[in-house]
Design a protein around this ligand. Structure first.
Ligand code: CA
Length: 225
């Protein structure tokens, strides 16, 4: 899951980025609306955490622009002003939820999970299943045939991306950019390396194989046809 954090207060921004990365999200961050537009033009995000009071373009103006373009990326607004008008305006502009500062990180994380759940076709929970593979995206646990499987942070992030898009073929570049953000270099084989690790843990000794290679296109998580 890939997030963009737009917050001009350096300490809060650092904290959010650090904590979200600890939860295995891929996180980009910036401190003003102009930069946020650049990030949004260059990448696809699963959700946006957006401060309202920003230097230059305000969070609300940015949000209005996004929605005017038909962009439906879930947006969680952060506001220091606990005024009804501010909240109403934010929601009217197309925000999905808001948090009033100061807030507890755990509450932000929980609200974010709700937004992302809605995004994933309204899945009823954070638990995804394909065949006998079960991935709990809130608890970060994986089982296959009831057997717990331990994954590294990156392995989990890739599996989560695959299972949230189960049945959809994802290119190496798409997976790479999603997981490694701007650090990803197209043409590198890092995605293939991690897919190999995942197969070893998830598919070896189990049937059917679930991580499929689609020649010339990429990878897809689905039961073998
Ligand atoms: Ca601010």
């Amino acid at each position: 899951m890939r997030l963009l954090v737009v917050e001009d207060e350096p300490s809060l921004r650092r904290l959010l980025v650090q904590r979200l990365r600890e939860e295995n999200y891929s996180v980009d961050d910036c401190g003003d609306g102009e930069s946020a537009r650049d990030y949004l033009a260059g990448a696809e995000y699963d959700a946006l955490i957006l401060d309202i009071m920003l230097p230059g373009i305000s969070g609300l103006a940015l949000l209005r622009g996004l929605r005017a373009k038909g962009d439906t990326t879930p947006v969680l607004l952060l506001t220091a002003r606990d005024s009804v008008g501010d909240r109403v305006e934010g929601l009217d502009c197309g925000a999905d939820d808001y948090l009033v500062k100061p807030f507890a990180f755990d509450e932000l994380a929980a609200r974010l999970r709700v937004l992302l759940r809605r995004r994933s076709g309204g899945a009823a929970s954070d638990i995804f299943r394909v065949a006998d593979l079960e991935v709990d995206c809130a608890r970060h646990t994986v089982t296959r045939g009831g057997v717990p499987i331990t994954l590294s942070g990156k392995e989990f992030a890739i599996l989560e991306y695959l299972i949230r898009n189960a049945g959809i073929v994802l290119s190496r570049d798409k997976i790479g950019r999603h997981i490694w953000n701007y650090d990803y270099e197209g043409g590198s084989n890092v995605v293939d390396v991690y897919i190999r690790y995942l197969r070893k843990k998830l598919d070896n000794g189990f049937s059917p194989r679930l991580i499929q290679t689609v020649r010339g296109a990429g990878y897809v998580l689905r039961e073998e046809e």
